[in-house]
Design a protein around this ligand. Structure first.
Ligand code: FES
Length: 72
């Protein structure tokens, strides 16, 4: 079974109640779920109204196209 997951965040979710802050991945690119590993830097140049597909190993964009489901 395979699944495509739509993620629109370009950075982590910070959780502060612990002694040190914890950063949870919200971009979907992390190699260490659920924690942010810095892979969100690959999302920096995304443009509104465009759908991106990333290679899970290299984290490079392998496809981009207009996003028909976008609200942008
Ligand atoms: S938010 Fe996904 S790797 Fe940082």
């Amino acid at each position: 079974m395979a699944r495509l997951v739509r993620a629109e965040a370009t950075g982590p979710i910070r959780i502060d109640p612990q002694e040190k802050p914890v950063f949870i991945c919200a971009c979907g690119l992390t190699g260490n779920p659920p924690f942010c590993d810095g892979s969100h830097k690959h999302c920096r140049d995304e443009q509104p109204g465009t759908l991106y597909r990333y290679d899970p190993e290299s984290k490079q964009v392998i496809e981009s196209r207009p996003d028909a489901g976008s609200s942008a």
